[in-house]
Design a protein around this ligand. Sequence first.
Ligand code: SF4
Length: 340
Amino acid sequence: MSEKAVRSMKNDANEILRVEHVKKYFYGNKKLFQKERSVVKAVNDVSFDIKEGETFGIVGESGCGKSTLGRTVIQLLKPTEGKVIYKGMDLAALPAEEMRKLRMEIQIIFQDPYASLNPRMTVRELIQAPLDVFSNASAEEKLSKVKEIMAKVGLREEYLGKYPHEFSGGQRQRIVIARALILDPQFIFCDEPVSALDVSVRAQVLNLMKDLQKEFNLTYMFISHDLSVVRFLCDRIAVMYLGRIVELADKEELYNNAKHPYTEALMSAIPVPDVDVKRIPVLLEGDIPSPYNPPSGCLFHTRCRYATERCKTEVPQMMEVCPGHQVACHLFAENGGGKV
Ligand code: SF4
C-alpha cells in the first residue's frame, strides 16, 4: 500500500495512535495425535487510542499480554490481525523504508537497564548509537548532541567514557532514557521502566520522565504491573486480563470508580499509607488460567465472585458506562451501563 493511501486513513484531532482490534497469536508445532496446533492468544481483539502528549497506561498481572501488546504496537512484532494507525498511517502496511524512517520518532525504554545496555560500550557509544544508524551528522555534532541529552537526563559530562557496570540502576536507566531521546522522538513505549529499580530511585526516574515529557511534548505508552506507579504517571489507564482489555478510563475515574470485578480486586490490594484507613481486600479465588487453555465466555469467570451461568459461555464486549469509561462485563451490559 502506498504512503498516500495509508495516510488517507484520517485520525481524530489530537490522536497520535489508534489500535484497532489487534490480535497477536503465537502458534506451537503440531504434535503426534494432535488435531490442531496449540495457540496462545497473547493479545486478543484489543482497541484503544492515544492522544498526543498524554501518558496511556496499561496494567495487569505478569503474563497478561501487556508487553506483547506494546511490542506489537511499535511493530517489533507483527500483529496477527488488526491495525495500528500512527498519525494516520497503518504501520503494518508501510513499506520497510517508510517504517525505518518512523523508527526515529517511535522509541522504547526497556524494563531492565542492566540487560539493555551493552557492557562493552561506553556511555558515549551507547547514547550515540541511534545517531550512528540514522544521522549523517559529523562526529562533533553527534558528541555535542550526546552531551546535551546527558545534561537533560541528569548525567555528568565526565561519564562519557565510563561503562555501564560503573553506574547504579537509576543512572543506567537515565542512560537508557538518553538513548531513547537522542533522535528527538514523539512516541515512547515504556516497558516497565522502573520495575527493576530500587524503590528509592523509582520516584527520581518517574519525575525525570514527567519533566522530559513536558519539555519535549512526548507521548508515552506506559506498561506496568504496579498500580501506584501508573497512578503517578498516567492520564488514562487500560486494565488487561489474559490478553484482553477489561476496563479503560481516566486515571481518577478508574481509581475512584472502578467497575470491573478484576479492577476492583486490584485496587483493593493497593497499600494505603494511613493506619486509620481500613480497606478490606477482595481476594481472588483460584489460579490465573493457563493462556494455552483459557476459560470460555468471560476469561475472568473462574475467579469472579459475581460470575453467573451467562459469564461461562458469553464473551462480554467493551461498552461505555459513562463518558470515557469503558468496561467489558455482563454486570453492566444488562443495565445500559449501570450495575445490575
Ligand atoms: Fe465477572 Fe461475569 Fe463480569 Fe466476567 S462478565 S467479570 S465473570 S460478572
